[in-house]
Design a protein around this ligand. Structure first.
Ligand code: SF4
Length: 327
């Protein structure tokens, strides 16, 4: 394992102006990311899970430079990308790519597969003509699609096929790191497994590093080395996939696991019903932001924010009860 992580976020925040509240005149601030610190080592896969609105997609976009963080750092091989100009960022963008949730929205229906897969090559490389076509064909074949489809259009493909083409486009510039933002959630279950298998095979072959964003813990179980659980803009638990499934410590992680269907009886657990929805991120609860929904909350939880602490073997948790039990 390299001493410098491939990617690191340090205290990353992103606040959005959320419009004016109805009753008051002040502008609301939505804390989409609220101090996320995460390291991802070379060839590692870190799953980022949580309900919608927890900040996981904002995290991916901030890492890619698609949105500018309010504060904090995004270090790629030790270089902070946040202060870089667009021009300076171009060199790094080759190394950091993204695959989006909906394969149907990822492509312009007017453009052929060659136009879409070749676009990053035209923008960021000197390949042209036959050499560009040959590279696009090679990329498609790497993702299990026949090279002959180069002159066909997005409407001619299924969701699974389009997601393979999206992966081919993401691989065009030989990236080191790919953010996978719910890449299987728009697909049938059988196709989901095929895409996960493809991503794993490509990771081995090309020595890729992934951040896999999803709302579903069972999906990341087979692909992630470690899992970060996010709630209301913060990481509340971070540990190995094995430890998450065998010994989840945060009550929110336990509730997510209980609601995820698992075929493995070892991982079936008592059902914990999460009461209510995710609170308004423009008006987060005091103390531990999970306390209004937490089945085991105690008095201190609504008052003091719990620290994010290592409770053993690098298992990081942000919960008063867990840190009291482990100390
Ligand atoms: Fe529940 Fe309190 Fe732990 Fe938050 S700090 S998860 S409210 S027990």
């Amino acid at each position: 394992m390299s001493a410098v992580p491939l990617l690191e976020t340090v205290g990353l925040t992103k606040y959005f102006a959320g419009g004016r509240s109805l009753l008051r005149r002040e502008t609301r601030t939505v804390r989409a990311l609220d101090g996320v610190s995460l390291t991802i080592q070379e060839q590692e896969t870190v799953g980022v899970v949580g309900e919608s609105g927890c900040g996981k997609t904002t995290l991916g976009r901030a890492i890619l430079g698609l949105i500018r963080p309010t504060s904090g750092r995004v270090l790629f091989e030790g270089t902070d990308l946040v202060p870089l100009s667009r021009r300076e960022m171009r060199g790094y963008r080759r190394n950091i790519q993204m695959v989006f949730q909906s394969p149907y929205d990822s492509f312009d229906p007017r453009f052929s597969v060659l136009s879409s897969v070749g676009e990053p090559l035209r923008t960021h490389s000197s390949l042209r003509g036959d050499a560009l076509v040959a590279r696009a064909r090679e990329l498609l074949e790497q993702t299990g699609m026949p090279g002959e489809i180069l002159y066909r259009y997005p409407h001619e493909f299924s969701g699974g096929q389009l997601q393979r083409i999206a992966v081919a486009r993401a691989l065009a510039l030989n990236p080191k790191f790919i953010v996978l933002d719910e890449p299987t959630s728009a697909l049938d279950v059988s196709v989901q497994a095929q895409i996960i298998n493809l991503l794993q095979a490509l990771q081995q072959e090309l020595k890729l590093t992934y951040m896999f964003i999803t709302h579903d813990l069972s999906v990341v179980q087979h692909i992630s080395d470690r899992i970060a659980v996010m709630y209301l803009g913060k990481v509340v638990e971070l540990t190995t996939t094995e430890a998450i499934f065998a010994d989840a410590k945060h009550p929110y992680t336990q509730a997510l696991l209980a609601s995820a269907p698992s075929l493995d009886p070892e991982y079936r657990r008592e059902r914990i019903i999460l009461e209510g929805g995710v609170p308004d991120p423009a008006n987060p609860p005091s103390g531990c932001s999970f306390h209004p929904r937490c089945p085991v909350a105690i008095e201190v939880c609504s008052r003091d924010e719990p620290a994010f602490l290592d409770v053993g073997d690098g298992h990081m948790v942000s919960c008063h009860l867990v840190s009291a039990a482990e100390s």
